[in-house]
Design a protein around this ligand. Structure first.
Ligand code: HEC
Length: 183
């Protein structure tokens, strides 16, 4: 335990040290260097728990579907309806970017680790903790869904972004015709 903590502190110090030249050089927060990314990634992998937790929810079509519904409500805003970030305008602008849940390194976690990530969130990233928002059964069903992600792009953009794009275009053409009239 104390050994873990020491390792953790060392990694934090490393991250801070690695960031100093970046701060001095005025690096953009949107483009972390490779070393910085690798350090944060290493730190993340050390802290993820849940390795021995067993998914108590059977892998049935019903449970996957319920998991998908929760995913649409809580996760699609960042991860897209398909878990591959489809149609999420800022997915690549976050630092680190929103993870594509179909990627090999995400699918390489076991169910317990995925549940732990959802429950605790990931420090130093935009991935929130869902503890107190989703109950255990809901989180485990979402994990079931994450093993059966729809094909990339097959569900289109989340509704709020579809609407936002339309409204953005409408506002622009409205402004353009108002400008014309004023001329
Ligand atoms: C506010 C945006 C946001 C929301 C909402 C969100 N996530 Fe994330 N998620 C992220 C970001 C950013 C990452 C990338 C973190 C990283 O690279 O370490 C991520 C990473 C993950 C990962 C992969 C972690 C890894 O180590 O690669 C999983 C699994 C995940 N999210 C599941 C979910 C689930 C399930 C939900 C809904 C309950 C959810 N996320 C909601 C932003 C979000």
């Amino acid at each position: 335990m104390s050994c873990n903590r020491t390792r953790h502190i060392h990694t934090v110090i490393l991250v801070i040290t690695a960031s100093v030249p970046c701060l001095l050089a005025g690096c953009s927060a949107q483009a972390p260097g490779r070393a910085e990314t690798a350090l944060v990634d290493g730190l993340k992998r050390q802290t993820i728990g849940g390795n021995h937790w067993v998914n108590p929810i059977p892998d049935t079509a019903d449970n996957i579907k319920i998991g998908q519904e929760h995913f649409e409500h809580h996760c699609a805003v960042c991860h897209g309806l398909d878990g591959h970030n489809t149609g999420v305008p800022f997915a690549t602008k976050m630092s680190p970017p929103v993870a594509d849940l179909g990627e090999r390194d995400v699918q390489g976690y076991n169910d317990g680790q995925l549940k732990w990530i959802v429950q605790n969130g990931l420090r130093y990233t935009g991935m929130p903790s869902w503890s107190g928002i989703l109950d255990d059964g809901e989180m485990w069903r979402i994990v079931r869904f994450m093993r059966h992600l729809p094909r990339r792009g097959s569900l289109g953009a989340p509704p709020m972004y579809r609407q936002a794009v339309n409204q953005h275009h409408a506002a622009e053409s409205g402004a353009a015709s108002a400008e014309k009239k004023a001329e």
